[in-house]
Design a protein. Structure first.
Length: 311
């Protein structure tokens, strides 16, 4: 099956590489000539060491018949810049990109990576005046943050993160909510697992992990200007779930009638994702503090969306 990527920067290129490494899809088209051609050539040379995919660069018309298109176009986050500050700049990019994608690939599912990723799926819908089901246009949301949480917990507890069920919900980055009370390891609540293994889970330890998850992007950006391996892996996984209708639970963001008492907002929650995109949102039993934080961020995102709608 054919997969498109719009935006041949760090994130788009790394997502392409991750798709080849994982053998997801059959044909990969990268929008934008120049850099995209160079990236396509470079990634193609990894094919003999990975999986047999066709990779090429092309214009929007080359996206015809794509099953999924990753939207990675946009301006990157500057050091110290919040994702919500990026909104106006990237909404402008999406005005150009989304309708061109849907004209050429009307059946494609659109997966948004561009920041602020909590808002951009709705920006994409405005840009295209799109009346497709909301689950067909969604963002990677806190999929990456959830992976960061699981990987830090895994290395701290000395266990494969694939056996840790943990979710980061809400806004991607800055004010996300780490649902500590719901973490399970090998079917046990985290507390029980830690007690069994003699692992210190004091408040200081939790705060340190929490801080590292929340500030990961800023730390990486200050060290090397951009983050791309984690999100590239996350996007490849999302595409795999779509192409194989894997019905996985992922913390993606999608326009939702109500989150934490706020209407029509796009925050990340655990969601069932399959071949037709987002199928269902799972409510989580949150404590008062987590619910209050989620509600506060839902209001912030709603305000950003209002500003976008008023433009
Ligand atoms: P980058 O600057 O390396 O690449 C952006 C690409 O978008 C460039 O190739 C540029 O040519 C292209 N582009 C810009 N305007 C365009 C337009 N109008 N039409 C077509 N293409 C256009 O940036 P990056 O590091 O790859 O990041 C891309 C986006 O992904 C940013 O918004 C960034 O903040 C976001 N991001 C998201 C996550 C996440 O977890 N969702 C993680 C990292 C980065």
């Amino acid at each position: 099956m054919k997969v498109g990527i719009v935006g041949a920067g760090f994130v788009g290129a790394t997502a392409g590489y991750a798709l080849v490494m994982q053998g997801v899809g059959r044909e990969l088209v990268r929008k934008n000539m120049g850099r995209a051609e160079a990236e396509a050539d470079d990634i193609r040379h990894a094919v003999p060491f990975a999986h047999p995919l066709e990779i090429r660069a092309g214009g929007y018309e080359a996206l015809a018949e794509c099953r999924a298109v990753l939207l990675c176009a946009g301006v990157g986050q500057r050091p110290g810049e919040t994702r919500l500050h990026l909104l106006q700049r990237n909404a402008q990019v999406f005005r150009e990109v989304v309708s061109a994608v849907l004209t050429n690939a009307p059946e494609a599912l659109l997966v948004v990576a561009s920041n602020p990723v909590d808002v951009m799926p709705l920006a994409a819908r405005f840009a295209a005046l799109c009346d497709a089901p909301p689950g067909r246009v969604f963002g990677s949301g806190t999929t990456l943050d959830t992976a960061r949480f699981r990987s830090l917990l895994g290395s701290y507890c000395g266990i494969d993160p694939q056996h840790i069920h943990a979710y980061v919900i809400g806004e991607h980055g800055d004010s996300e909510v780490l649902t500590w009370l719901l973490v399970t390891v090998g079917g046990m609540p985290l507390e029980s697992f830690a007690a069994l293994r003699g692992i210190d889970l004091s408040e200081t330890v939790r705060q340190e992990i929490d801080h590292q998850v929340r500030s990961a992007a800023y730390t990486i950006i200050s060290g090397k200007s951009a983050t791309y391996y984690g999100i590239g892996g996350a996007l490849a996984r999302i595409v795999k779930v779509i192409l194989h209708n894997q019905r996985s639970v992922m913390t993606v963001c999608v326009p939702t009638p109500e989150v934490a008492g706020v209407s029509n907002v796009t925050l990340s929650m655990p969601r069932l994702v399959g071949g037709n995109g987002v199928l269902q949102t799972f409510p989580l039993p949150l404590n008062e503090q987590e619910n209050a934080r989620l509600c506060e961020r839902a209001r912030v995102v709603r305000r950003a969306l209002d500003e976008l709608e008023d433009e």
